[in-house]
Design a binder for this molecule. Sequence first.
Ligand SMILES: Cc1cc2nc3c(=O)[nH]c(=O)nc-3n(C[C@H](O)[C@H](O)[C@H](O)COP(=O)(O)OP(=O)(O)OC[C@H]3O[C@@H](n4cnc5c(N)ncnc54)[C@H](O)[C@@H]3O)c2cc1C
Length: 304
Amino acid sequence: MISASVPNNTGNPIGVFDSGVGGLTVVHALMERLPCEKIIYFGDTARVPYGVKSTETIIGYARQIAGFLLARDVKMLIVACNTMSAVAYEEIRRLSAVPVLDVIEAGADMALVATKTKRVGVIGTPATINSEAYTRAIHSRDKEEWGVTDGSKEEVESYFQGICPQARQLIELPKTWKRWATADREPIARWSFGRATLLGDAAHPTTQYMAQGACMALEDAVTLGEALRVNGNDWVKALDLYQRSRITRTGRIVLSGREMGRLYHAKGVERQIRNSLWKGRTQERFYDAMEWLYGWNVTNCLTD
Ligand SMILES: Cc1cc2nc3c(=O)[nH]c(=O)nc-3n(C[C@H](O)[C@H](O)[C@H](O)COP(=O)(O)OP(=O)(O)OC[C@H]3O[C@@H](n4cnc5c(N)ncnc54)[C@H](O)[C@@H]3O)c2cc1C
């Protein structure tokens, strides 16, 4: 273990660790940029190399080192080892009450800044390559694009590592994969302008987590028909009634979808809280919580 102290620092140290001495390049960069920070560096030179060891062994080592540094009141952990970042990052985050940074996210960012062809070669240990951590990190940064483009089975597989064999069978079935653009936009307060209005995704694009895009487009159409019927085909009045009847409900879908996405992908303590809140909840309680969504029908679709 090497300890690098810099004067004038009153805060807790930053814990940096690696399977060997390679992570000292990270420490060097930190000392240049954050000269007042105290740093504790742990290099596991006794057990290096990690890259050819099993996942379980690497996670076990990472747990020990993270525990060692956390016991020294570090205010942040930096996993300066690619192998540990690739294999044990989630476990370290789970253990740690302080923020944890890894080197893969930063590496993926830099690779995408540098590449001109969007083809990125990764040189790594067997454990790093087999984990597909770089594949996931690089694909997750693809910029938003409209429309439908070709996807790949490799990309899908990289998101579903370690799933049970029955679920894996589903991934084997499709012959082609598509990447569909989804849009997340703030709800807007006005859809109708005289005799023109918006409906469907044009009015309220939403993420996929409530699976309600098409349902809301159909509800819009039904509501628009009802609004015209009760207004005797007075278009301006009908479109005004239509938007008043729809904006709050579809806005709730947009915001709830965003929240559901956050919950589905929760990590660390947030994931534990989610699991404990949902554990033991009865089917009836789940249904009750969804009454506002599925209780909609044509007889109650207009606000007045
Ligand atoms: C993979 C995937 C899965 C989904 N799963 C669900 C689900 O389970 N449940 C659910 O409720 N929703 C789901 N959705 C969302 C749902 O498909 C959309 O919310 C719904 O299709 C929106 O309907 P829309 O009529 O507003 O728009 P669209 O269906 O997108 O229709 C718009 C049409 O306008 C055309 N168009 C665009 N520009 C022009 C132009 N300039 N001139 C002429 N025509 C134009 C387009 O070609 C398109 O045909 C899913 C979406 C995707 C991509």
